[in-house]
Design a protein around this ligand. Structure first.
Ligand SMILES: C[S@@+](CC[C@H](N)C(=O)[O-])C[C@H]1O[C@@H](n2cnc3c(N)ncnc32)[C@H](O)[C@@H]1O
Length: 375
């Protein structure tokens, strides 16, 4: 797998985050190269203020920070950590890191945007650009040709203004926008009630399954355990906090910690738990990569509905890291409760880690299986 990006006689060494032996996925794509070549052709004077939104693992930030003041904006903790590691690997100058809930710097000259998958997140970002940045700021976006639909361009027209596109290059296209539309305020939250439960959830635009209840979570909710001996429970990959709220209702004396790599997930989970269980409830949500830096032997129960992709790539390495971390962080006799699609084979993974005798199937239906591993 290639880790050296050579472009315009510059060489950058770029890895995904966290770095893995036998990695098969590259840390940049043709969209990054297209944007970089376009910026080179603009012939900008040095020290421009460039905002880079959704840089995957910092390829754009590393390249452009040599001559410009870069602010990287992403909802992903992993993307920021990846960019930091790559900036340091290539001896680049420090950049500013923001997430997509933060205000954009008002003196921005150029915005480079990698178009996100979710249209709601895209609208949120475009709205922020239109409302905060000066009318003469250039905005150049990129995505795979097959991901840029008429409806995508309509969002650019609606929230930013006049929009045109480039020719395709290596299956990618650039989108150029002027800031001449009248601002269209959008609501940050979508709120819905959880079927069969007595609470509702507010979802910021980039939260996983923010438009409706995840089917896996729906199946898991009735099987969440209640046990007075639980002192510390972790909701690993907490998303909007749907499982944390129910765990808190069942175990009102336990401390619950939600962990997610999305800033919007952590913010949504915090709001949702406070709204459902009250501000006094012992809950904290953290942005993190799995359970990095959690104390070993410190939790009684870890509940996990793991992700099966990182950015756009389908992968089970995050689930595996979550299971390995959970084993470290559980106390002796502590339990890891996992839900997954049956075809993902989590039973084999958990049996390898915890031992076959320590694994129990709690429930199964056509699509999902719920497994419990005891340390
Ligand atoms: C399948 S969703 C589950 C969300 C929620 N718990 C539910 O049941 O609906 C998986 C969650 O894991 C988060 N995630 C992905 N990679 C992560 C990582 N490396 N560390 C922590 N959380 C991660 C995603 O942002 C997402 O919210």
């Amino acid at each position: 797998m290639q880790t050296e990006l050579t472009l315009n006689e510059r060489h950058l060494y770029l890895h995904r985050y966290p770095t893995r032996q036998n990695e098969t996925l590259q840390a940049w794509d043709a969209g990054d190269e297209y944007l970089i070549n376009h910026v080179e052709q603009l012939g900008l004077p040095p020290a421009q203020n460039i905002v880079i939104i959704n840089d995957s693992f910092g390829a754009l930030s590393c390249y452009l920070s040599k001559h410009h003041n870069v602010t990287m904006v992403s909802d992903s903790f992993i993307a920021h950590q990846g960019a930091k590691a790559n900036l340091s690997r290539n001896q680049c100058v420090a950049i500013t890191h923001l997430n997509t809930l933060n205000e954009l710097p008002s003196d921005t000259d150029l915005v480079l945007l990698k178009i996100p998958k979710s249209n709601r997140h895209l609208s949120w970002i475009l709205d922020k650009i239109r409302n905060t940045l000066p009318a003469n700021c250039r905005v150049v976006s990129v995505n795979k040709v097959r991901e840029i639909h008429t409806s995508t361009l309509k969002l650019f027209e609606k929230h930013l203004g006049t929009t045109t596109t480039s020719l395709a290059w290596k299956k990618h296209r650039l989108v150029f926008s002027q800031l001449d539309a009248s601002p269209q305020p959008i609501s940050p939250f979508v709120e819905w009630s959880v079927d069969g439960e007595n609470y509702s959830l507010k979802n910021l635009p980039n939260v996983y399954s923010g438009e409706s209840l995840d089917l896996g979570a729906r199946f898991l909710l009735p099987y969440l355990p209640k046990d007075e001996r639980f002192k510390r429970i972790i909701d690993l990959g907490c998303g909007n906090g749907v499982l944390s709220v129910k765990l808190g209702q069942l175990n009102p004396n336990a401390e619950i910690i939600g962990v997610d790599e999305s800033y919007m997930a952590v913010e949504s989970a915090t709001l949702n738990v406070k709204a459902a269980l009250g501000p006094e409830f012992q809950f904290e949500a953290k942005v993190n990569n799995c359970l990095d830096d959690f104390a070993p032997q410190s939790a009684d129960l870890i509940v996990c509905n793991p992700p099966f992709h990182q950015q756009l790539a389908v992968t089970d390495h995050i689930a595996w890291q979550m299971f390995c971390d959970a084993k470290q962080v559980l106390r002796a006799k502590g339990k890891l409760l996992v839900i997954g699609n049956r075809h993902l084979g989590y039973d084999n993974k958990l049996a390898r880690l915890f031992g076959k005798a320590q694994l129990r199937q709690i429930a199964v239906n056509k699509k999902f299986v719920i497994l419990q591993a005891t340390k």
